[in-house]
Design a protein around this ligand. Structure first.
Ligand SMILES: *Cc1c(COP(=O)(O)O)cnc(C)c1O
Length: 391
């Protein structure tokens, strides 16, 4: 019996300890606060606390100091007031759609949108009684003609992350406001650094933190930022009802990467413009699709509204090259790896079959997208040059 009692008490001591670490610890690192259960000091506190009140804690899903800190810092970057994290960029897109749309509503999506956004739109249209219609991303203010009384949400992406057309966000927002629709911008390309969405009339900014905020090709996370309290409350409810919690360890890694994000972004921008400039002079390339270069669709809008560019751009090969030949180009690259996503230190390259992902597409040549990483641009150019020789 004595033996049992002692082992029971050790068992309990493994769970309950009297030790409390001294307070007053200060370091430069954000602490990782992990939790499902949050403990209340008494029943009155449990009964009175509201999960939507960010002045206190209720349950891990709604946040801990780690996620609250990341949300606050992301809102600051974009000039927003409110932010909610989601477990991926795509989950953030879904959170926006499900917070705003109900059956009978209509949504407009740019034809160059990040393809899983389109997949979700088509699913909402086929199974949930929401209409999803696609618009020419270069339409600008003429989008007014497409806005119906039931059009609740207009997505924009600046630029489309494969075909790189830069939309006129202020003109789209003006038309949307005139007709009572909300504009949600996928602002991932600018990382919130090169474009300030709320200065241009955007209602909701969505970020794939998977890209520059993480910066390591090792985290999936998304964020939705807004200045509008009513929109925020809807987003927050969707976040809760769908259970879109994030890992606090992952939130920590994003917080750890934020201080270097602007320096990385600027280095990606410089390197990408160096590689894109070189490609513009090559006879194999019919067109470089990079918003910072004259002739790229929406370049004037980029020049007017943006303070920088990301490391992502695409090229259209001359029509004389078949898909097999441009595939051979991609396969011959050595420094560039073949893979989706972007924003990490490694340069990446992906060929796209545009007719599979667009309603309307005019170029005949093959499209190949580059994510320019943080390698020495001269080495990247040499790699592209040798791969062009293998076509
Ligand atoms: C990557 C990406 C997303 C989705 O982010 P995930 O975290 O991979 O789900 C959304 N929009 C754009 C423009 C992206 O590049």
């Amino acid at each position: 019996m004595a033996q049992d009692k002692e082992s029971a008490s050790i068992q309990t001591a493994l769970i309950h300890s009297d030790y409390v670490a001294p307070s007053g610890f200060e370091s430069l690192a954000q602490a990782v606060h992990r939790a499902s259960t949050v403990v209340f000091e008494n029943v009155a506190a449990l009964r009175s606390r509201n999960w939507q009140d960010k002045g206190a804690y209720t349950y891990g899903l709604h946040g801990t100091p780690t996620s609250f800190t990341l949300e606050a810092r992301l809102a600051e970057i974009e000039g927003g007031k409110y932010c909610r994290l989601a477990p991926s960029g795509l989950a953030a897109i879904a959170m926006v759609n499900l917070s705003l749309l109900k059956s009978g509503d209509d949504m407009l999506i740019p034809d160059n949108v990040y393809n899983p956004n389109r997949e979700l739109g088509n699913w909402l249209a086929s199974d949930f009684g929401i209409s999803a219609r696609y618009y020419d991303p270069l339409l600008g203010g003429a989008i007014a003609d497409l806005i119906q009384p039931n059009t609740r949400l207009i997505w924009a992406e600046a630029p489309g992350s494969i075909s790189m057309e830069m939309p006129d966000i202020p003109a789209i927002c003006q038309a949307a406001h005139d007709k009572g629709a909300v504009v949600a911008l996928d602002n991932t390309w600018s990382a919130g650094l090169a474009f300030h969405p709320f200065d241009h009339g955007v209602g909701i900014s969505m970020q794939a933190l998977t890209k520059y905020q993480s910066g390591g090709s090792d985290i999936l996370m998304g964020a939705v930022v807004t200045n509008d309290e009513v929109l925020h409350r809807r987003i927050e409810s969707a976040h809760m009802r769908l259970g879109l919690g994030v890992s606090m360890d992952d939130a920590y890694f994003v917080l750890r990467s934020l201080p270097t994000m602007k320096l990385r972004f600027e280095a990606h921008d410089r390197n990408a413009r160096a590689v894109a400039s070189w490609l513009r002079k090559r006879p194999e390339i019919a067109k470089v699709l990079h918003p910072a270069f004259p002739g790229s669709p929406g370049h004037d809008v980029w020049k007017r509204d943006f303070t920088g560019a990301a490391g992502l751009f695409s090229v259209i090969f001359d029509e004389r090259f078949s898909e097999a030949e441009t595939d051979r180009f991609v396969d011959s690259l050595k420094l560039f790896k073949i893979g989706y996503s972007w924003g990490g230190p490694n340069s990446l390259c992906v060929p796209y079959r545009m007719s599979n992902i667009r309603n309307s597409w005019t170029y005949q040549g093959q499209l190949v997208r580059f994510n320019i990483g943080l390698e020495e641009p001269g080495d990247l150019i040499a790699d592209v040059q040798q791969a062009l020789g293998h076509m």
